[in-house]
Ligand binder design. Sequence first.
Ligand code: ASP
Length: 332
Amino acid sequence: MKSRRQFIKLGTVGSLSLITAQSCSSSQNNDNYERATPTPSKNKPIVISTWNHGQAANKAAWDILKNGGSSLDAVEKGVRVTESDPENMSVGLGGLPDRDGRVTLDACIMNHESNCGAVAFLEHIENPISVARKVMEETPHVMLAGEGALTFALEKGFVKTNLLTDKAKEAWKNWLKDSEYQPVINSENHDTIGMLALDEEGNLAGACTTSGMAYKLNGRIGDSPIIGAGLFVDNEVGAACATGVGEAVVRVAGSAIVVELMRQGKSPQEACEEAVKRIMDKHQNLDNLQVGFLALDKYGNYGSSSVYAGFNMALKDHKNDLLIDANYTLEW
Ligand code: ASP
């Protein structure tokens, strides 16, 4: 265990839990946390996401929630904004390709009734999250992958799109020059938007979508479309999602673990920290290991933790209609 950690403090302002980043020097226990106490009904509706650039996504989700819409609609509409943004290079359109220059997408969605849908290794479709929702609602299955997922999407009316933007193509070509065609796990070229929401009815839902590791092996699927790894929702308890190196998240069934820890009485913050610790225990080399979890309980309390510094999260202030950039850090 490394000697230094930065702690964050959860502060409560009025009835809204705001996040204030605060660093304290080393300690090996969790006593430095001032925790948000469960306050039934007070924090709903609410939406949070893993994405510090995700204000536009959170806003789209919030527009639905504040008008009494469902958490499921909110998370789908929210992450679609990021998927359709060609400027970000790790989700949907404009995502960095695999080492063969193919943009392959992973996404999943889960609702308050534990229904879920996912697509993996999906090409040519700008909004994989909506295909995942169709899998959930219009098939007896949970996950479709590759060609089958594409055929299904086209049958459902999704349009075939070139997802490889000039910017992403250029980045890939540059990578090819010095990479010797070897995929490496690195700290720069991957990200995911995971979004969790609680609606007025008290129902939770979550969505998770990514283009995965840049320059990965063709056919690689990460944690993001795997229910229980990239995302998990149990309406009796809470919801969690993950971002970062998918292989590490899968090894500990990350998001399912966070929810199970909350079921056992841990706060969202404590549960995320424990999941991070499990990942760290199982990985000797943490140099390039970026992993973070985000959790929301059924009362609207939230927390997050990550292996690396600077895990950013965006949340929607449900009282003041403000978008807040929040910075949760647990650095080891
Ligand atoms: N979890 C994603 C994956 O492994 C990438 C990321 O979130 O950084 O595909």
